[in-house]
Write a protein that binds this ligand. Structure first.
Ligand SMILES: C[S@@+](CC[C@H](N)C(=O)[O-])C[C@H]1O[C@@H](n2cnc3c(N)ncnc32)[C@H](O)[C@@H]1O
Length: 193
């Protein structure tokens, strides 16, 4: 697993998703060497890099050119560039475009880490390109996003699992170890039946 400190970072781009959360996403996704992964909102490239180490191919989309740039630098650093197609665009516009048909079809795993106000439409669009038994994994910090995501995937007929993770990481100091809490984050895993 790539460590958080190994990623090239930028103040203008969120991420990388913390190592413990990336571990869980990798585990919950059950990613294999045959899988085609779609990531919406690649940010710094934390999840893209983690899954690219194992899967066949990642199509990673971000509307922020700086995110695409920093993800590209990280993929280069970890020697994963060949496995990843980077797309700079608004995810929903891209998924609904003709061009997307060239790259996004028969998806096995889709990760949604950024969606603005388009989450429900995004889930519909991804669902139309998702293989049977494929998974959509949504990471959410806002309570509102969690509720919206769970309601949508449940009503769309997916099998749904949700875990909320509260990680505290030890900071070792001279006089003892202090546990530093990270933001709670929900991982919603929706499996297509
Ligand atoms: C929290 S960051 C993801 C961090 C990433 N998982 C990582 O490990 O580095 C969310 C990203 O989603 C992107 N984003 C938000 N809404 C989007 C949309 N509609 N289309 C494409 N990208 C979007 C943002 O630009 C941002 O870079």
């Amino acid at each position: 697993m790539i460590k958080d400190y190994e990623f090239i970072k930028s103040d203008e781009v969120p991420g990388p998703t913390k190592e413990e959360i990336r571990c869980l996403i990798k585990c919950k996704s059950e990613v294999s060497s045959e899988d085609i992964v779609l990531e919406i909102g690649c940010g710094t490239g934390g999840i893209t890099s983690t899954l690219a180490e194992k899967c066949k191919e990642v199509i990673a989309i971000d509307k922020n050119p700086r995110a695409i740039n920093i993800t590209s630098q990280n993929l280069e650093k970890f020697n994963l560039s060949k496995k990843v197609k980077l797309i700079e665009d608004d995810a929903l516009s891209f998924l609904n475009s003709e061009e997307s048909l060239k790259y996004v079809k028969n998806v096995d795993i889709a990760i949604i880490g950024g969606s603005n106000n388009d989450l429900e439409d995004m889930i519909d669009s991804i669902n139309s390109k998702l293989n049977k038994n494929g998974k959509i994994i949504i990471t959410a910090i806002l309570i509102d996003t969690k509720i919206q995501a769970i309601t949508k995937v449940k009503n769309s007929g997916f099998k749904v699992e949700i875990v909320e993770i509260n990680v505290s990481k030890g900071k070792i100091m001279e006089r003892g170890t202090m546990m530093i809490a990270q933001n709670p984050i929900a991982i919603i895993t929706a499996t297509k039946s």
